[in-house]
Design a protein around this ligand. Structure first.
Ligand SMILES: Cc1cc2nc3c(=O)[nH]c(=O)nc-3n(C[C@H](O)[C@H](O)[C@H](O)COP(=O)(O)OP(=O)(O)OC[C@H]3O[C@@H](n4cnc5c(N)ncnc54)[C@H](O)[C@@H]3O)c2cc1C
Length: 454
């Protein structure tokens, strides 16, 4: 395999010939922002970033790199949390951000074909303007690309009702390691003609090819939305409420926020909590559906849970004000330094006990602090660790997850960060097939080296 740092001028010339010299960025000042990930934990290096705009240009660039045996790192919006988006071994960075734009909205069937570099926010807005809705939503919506969300099978706040990204992907186009194009964009609702390749590429974290176009399933829009913030005196009551709230079809998000992180959030935002006082546990519940959702949410909350205090917002500004507290969690924690991020799922029945165990482990550790929040509706907790040496505490917490029958990566993926833990969640037979798929599609192991496979 050729190291890109010693790429002969001739190879650079071939890359420039594909889409023009301005699509080959070598100025270190222009590269620097793309070499560090969003968390600040992963700092890589690369001699060059390629910025193709079209599938044919991606194919041309990958063809040249394949011919010369050069390793490649794919990048979308660079908001990934597991060290999978930056070139840690000096790979050539291939940014898919400029392969952007909404190509087609089929208003009749509720489908959209979109280029990979389009932001999630633009996809959501276009869907709404077309009388439909794209259900995947997460805090990084303005920067994360739709290609990145497909590559990581992103989850977000609406998984409870609408599923993860894979559930929305009807088809996709990808450029393979050698520059060949695989198009599977038909988008029939029913099509049992062999392997569903879009599902294979969804969640493959750039290890099988570059995703360039995607056909998305859209859902009918809601008539009304409402958000409630519920204060609880303790974890058990809050988790009991989650179990009750999950039964209602209007409820599409249940997020858990704890007092210590909320304190950081209100400081960071410079606002006061919308509740009359700080509660040990706060749930943010979003409901959406046909007209009358506000009344239904109010009765669901009162019948199905026992909160100490409730605030409901139905107008857009009020809903955003409540959501802002949840959206700011990651940023507020980052003000304490670069956190170690764990993104885990535990079975619903174990959530309260698990939070208690994590807190206990942090107290025993003494040096590090554990900040917990997440998507309580699907048992997905984000545990952020700050302090001088959080690695030992991180290991202890991941052991707790495995012992609880959970997953060490709920929605962020494996990246490079969780590679050592993959075997704790997947059996030997599964891992063998992972390897066979990887070897078949990337026989020389040049795509995103170190991601998913150690
Ligand atoms: C504030 C904040 C909140 C977040 N909340 C959530 C959340 O609720 N749920 C959630 O799941 N994630 C969340 N994330 C993580 C992140 O936004 C997602 O992982 C997102 O899907 C990454 O998209 P991206 O375009 O930034 O991809 P990148 O970070 O650039 O890349 C992520 C991975 O995908 C690969 N990749 C990117 N684009 C392509 C492509 N076109 N073809 C092939 N491979 C590609 C990269 O090589 C890398 O391995 C959050 C992040 C932030 C900063």
């Amino acid at each position: 395999m050729v190291h890109p740092g010693v790429l002969p001028r001739r190879v650079i010339g071939e890359l420039e010939d594909v889409a023009g010299p301005h699509r080959v960025v070598t100025d270190p000042e222009l590269l620097v922002g793309s070499l560090v990930d969003w968390t600040g934990r992963w700092k890589g290096s690369s001699p060059m970033m390629l910025r193709p705009r079209l599938t044919s240009e991606v194919a041309g660039h990958l063809g040249v790199l394949n011919h010369h045996g050069v390793p490649v790192q794919f990048q979308g919006g660079n908001t990934g949390m597991v060290g999978g988006s930056v070139p840690m071994g000096g790979e050539v960075l291939v940014s898919l951000r400029d392969v952007a734009g909404i190509e087609e909205v089929d208003e009749r069937s509720g489908q959209m074909v979109v280029a990979a570099g389009t932001t999630l926010a633009e996809v959501q807005q276009t869907a709404l303007q077309s009388g439909w809705r794209y259900p995947v939503d997460l805090g990084a919506r303005d920067t994360a690309t739709i290609g990145g969300t497909v590559a990581t099978n992103a989850g977000g706040v609406h998984v409870l009702r609408d599923g993860m990204t894979r559930a929305q992907v009807l088809g996709l186009e990808a450029v393979l390691a050698d520059g060949r194009i695989m198009e599977s964009l038909r988008g029939l609702d029913k099509d049992n003609t062999g392997y569903h390749l879009p599902s294979l590429f969804t969640g493959s974290e750039g290890t099988l090819g570059a995703i360039t176009r995607i056909r998305l399933r859209l859902l009918p829009p809601h008539d009304e939305e409402a958000v409630a913030m519920l204060g609880f005196t303790g974890l058990d009551a809050a988790i009991e409420a989650v179990g009750q709230l999950r039964r209602h079809t209007d409820v599409q998000a249940i997020e858990i926020m704890l007092e210590d992180v909320l304190e950081l959030v209100v400081d960071h935002l410079g606002v006061s909590l919308p509740l009359s006082r700080a509660w040990p546990v706060v749930l943010l519940v979003e409901a959406a559906g046909t007209a009358g959702v506000v009344d239904r949410l109010a009765s669901v909350v009162h019948d199905g849970s026992d909160p100490a205090e409730v605030v409901v917002a139905s107008d857009r500004a009020g809903r955003h004000r409540l959501w802002a507290h949840r959206d700011a969690h990651s940023v507020a924690i980052s003000t304490l330094g670069v956190p170690t991020k764990l993104d885990v799922t535990v079975p619903q029945g174990r959530v309260a006990a698990f939070i208690g165990e994590v807190r206990e482990a942090a107290v025993t550790d003494g040096a590090s602090q554990a900040w917990i929040f997440g998507h309580a509706g699907d048992g997905n907790l984000h545990v952020n660790l700050t302090g001088p040496e959080p690695a030992g505490l991180a290991d202890r917490i991941l052991h707790l997850v495995v012992d609880a029958g959970g997953s060490v990566s709920a929605e962020h993926g494996i990246g490079r960060d969780k590679v050592d833990w993959l075997g704790a969640c997947r059996g030997p037979g599964e891992l063998q097939v992972f390897r066979m798929v990887k070897d078949a599609l990337d026989p020389t192991g040049r795509l995103n080296p170190g991601v998913l496979f150690g």
